[in-house]
Design a protein around this ligand. Structure first.
Ligand code: MTE
Ligand code: MO
Length: 251
């Protein structure tokens, strides 16, 4: 939890000084270039306020990590049945020829096999994944820091976001480069000591522990580095934002 929680900000903005404070903060956010892609809707000013405050005050904040004995005995996988044809073929072949594509505003577009990802620097964390619907579990995630992948490909100076796509067409998302380079942001291929099971997003899921569970997209197969989210979907930055959830889901 960052020093300024979402709830505190909303309370301060809406109950305290009235919506004019929210509007003022939104103006400040715009001036500082801290405007989330879904700022156009009725909650837009509040979205900008939360995002700008987290980026100004809590950019280096760490998600809470837990001791090993607190790992949930029976983690709950949110069931996902939507997976494309290609995924089923890869799954049948044990993901031997599966690759993660990395392109967009990078110096060296590339694709990485699971073995190549496992051969890169390894990050591990015991964190909680929290669904907006109210349930959560604690697990150990093992994977490649997204920062290490970006370092390997090189990132153009104009880049601002990493878009991630998956074998589930309905689940694509994006984060800003700060979140992408945060040391706890992982491309997870392992969980609780073993491989990442398919129900939990295997062979590879994004793990963004500073944001709500829906940002931790499962079955990720492509990263696109970009300076603008305008060309993706309707420009709100994620499938969830298009469905009415916040693009920025910091906790
Ligand atoms: N591909 C894909 N990834 C997804 C989802 C999904 O429906 N499809 N659901 C998201 C949501 S809403 C949550 S809360 C977490 C749940 O993670 P879990 O299945 O490990 O519990 O996955 C996220 N990643
Ligand atoms: Mo969720």
């Amino acid at each position: 939890m960052s020093p300024l929680s979402r709830r505190m900000l909303l309370t301060a903005g809406l109950a305290g000084a009235g919506t004019s404070l929210v509007a003022a903060a939104a103006t400040l956010g715009r001036r500082l270039g801290l405007v989330p892609p879904d700022a156009g809707g009725i909650y837009g000013a509040g979205e900008t306020l939360t995002y700008a405050a987290h980026r100004l005050v809590g950019r280096h904040a760490m998600a809470r990590e837990f001791p090993r004995h607190m790992i949930s005995a029976a983690p709950f996988a949110n069931s996902v049945i939507r997976r494309d044809e290609a995924f089923l073929h890869h799954q049948a072949a044990g993901f031997a020829t599966w690759r993660l594509a990395v392109d967009g505003l990078v110096a060296r577009p590339t694709s990485l096999s699971l073995a190549e990802l496992r051969g890169m620097p390894v990050g591990r964390q015991i964190t909680e994944i929290a669904c907006e619907e109210g349930w959560s579990y604690i697990a150990e995630w093992i994977g490649t820091p997204l920062a290490a992948v970006l370092e390997r490909t090189g990132v153009g100076p104009e880049a601002r976001y990493v878009v991630y796509q998956s074998h589930d067409d309905n689940a694509w998302d994006s984060i800003d480069l700060e979140e992408a380079r945060h040391p706890q942001t992982l491309l997870a291929w392992g969980m609780n000591g073993g491989e990442l099971p398919v129900p939990f997003g295997g062979p590879l899921r994004m793990r963004v522990p500073r944001q709500l569970g829906y940002k931790s997209t499962k079955f990720v197969n492509r990263l696109v580095v970009t300076d603008s989210l305008a060309g993706f979907g309707s420009g709100k930055g994620s499938a969830d934002a298009e469905a009415g959830y916040s693009w920025y889901a910091g906790i």
